[in-house]
Design a protein around this ligand. Sequence first.
Ligand code: DON
Length: 573
Amino acid sequence: MNHFKRFIICTLFFTSFNHSKAQIFFKTHPGINPYQFETIKEKLFTHAAVTSAHPLASMVGAAIMQDGGNAFDAAIAVHFALAVVHPSAGNIGGGGFLLARTNNGKLIGLDFREAAPAIASRDMYLDEKGNPITSKSLEGPLASGIPGSVSGMFNAHVYAKLPMAQLMEPAIELAQYGFVLTEKEAGSLNSVRDELLKLSSAPSAYTKNTKWKKGDTIFQPELAATLRRIQINGLAGFYEGVTADLIVKEMANGSGIISTTDLKDYQTKKRVPIEFDYKNHHVISFSPPSSGGILIAQMMKMISPFDIAAMGYQSPAAVGLMVESQRRAYADRAEHMGDPDFWKVPTRTLISDAYAQQRMQDYTPGVAGNSKNTNAGHAKESEQTTHYSVIDKEGNMVAITTTLNGSYGNKTVVAGAGFLLNNEMDDFSTKPGVPNMFGALGGEANAIAPGKRMLSSMTPTLVTVNNKAYLTIGSPGGTTIPNQIYEGLINMIDFKMSLKQSIDASRFHHQWIPDQIQVEADFPDATIQALKKQGYKVNQRGYFGRMDGIRILPNGKIEAAGDKRGDDSVAGY
Ligand code: DON
């Protein structure tokens, strides 16, 4: 009998005899209390650290490393824990990207992005007149791509040290024995109650007759049972058997098209990361089907000839320069980027120094550009997601961004299985020239095709300095993600901010079309007025993103920071 099965049988043995002993993980880790916990926004650690969207998930990750796990073990445990404690984005019904660098310098890129089902087709979200029916790619079973997260975690497990059963146990116990809701999570669940009821075939653990409030305990027995099936049966516990049947049954309640074959055939793919240098920093980020790595490489290269530090932090000159790089790079996103297995993405050209220089030739400092005159370059070659970061005591770095796409995905909870499905199909270009949920345009490169993965903006990113581990960072926020990472890196590298300052700093975002700069509410007014005088349209909006990062300081201490914008929290030892 292998280690894995023995662990489960012991668990089930205890469960059937004594309720209190059933909590193997939480009984042996009394320092983590699912019914009372605090958010820690910033802390220095000596050995290892985790930052994620939820304090319980971060604490679980840190404990796994103290129990002998490495950064991969922690990342897997955090992923499953987030699927329970942060259901708006944490998931087993979605997908994502894992980017890692081992302590001996090996880079790993795992693409567990959702894929279009086998009978998906290019015009599946258009009516008979050829107009998009937006609700179809956003709500209910038809909006879901084939989930990749569980496959992603099993592929990551190759690099881990502890049995998968042990890594899943905290999540199962959180689902089975409950945890208390934070104010934000309670409010968030209340805000989607009616849609969850409308778009799921049966009521779920996420809805009840009265409103959720801070301090309420939420129990998710169906999700616990699904996770237990995965714990016992491995990949087949999700992609085959009972869970797969429940997913397909939920499809039949809407007009969903994911089949048992789609599920059985799903594969995580290895991707070669994007790498580039910026002012003594070596940046590593995700390649297509994410647009993130290419975008940050393009933008940082476009501004590298300028002394942006001398222009001043959030000065009109610095923001204007960065916005013009954003405009040009995002124009390329719409034209050139898609799933590389279906579309030839001219990556090498797009991230080259020469191309960056050529794209900035028509840049005039102090004058707003115009997206009507900024098309994609010629580059032919022969809002809910979650990010978490881990660094372990050996110096392995893992960055994972994972998503259901919209908050609570397609808002369909698989009846009997207790988890939400994604609405990632909306990230495809459902019709050329028609914007998706994030206002992003696309064309042929990102058209729907069976088995194809939709273009993403998720940007899990690592940085090394002098070939040594330095930083792991990422954020949710749809098309704003690459800009958030870009700004965070510039804040640290050029404006010499701490990790926490860089993360909390007020953000701006330009994505070519619409031709406007979006700024957060606390963005300096003087800069807004100056930019308007230069000819920019500036729109204030609420916060975007929840950036989480960890970096290793010159004295060897590990600086972990969670975004002020959410319940994000750090843990470590
Ligand atoms: O992959 C993407 O780019 C989107 N599906 C991410 C969605 C997201 O970040 C939503 N979060 N606010």
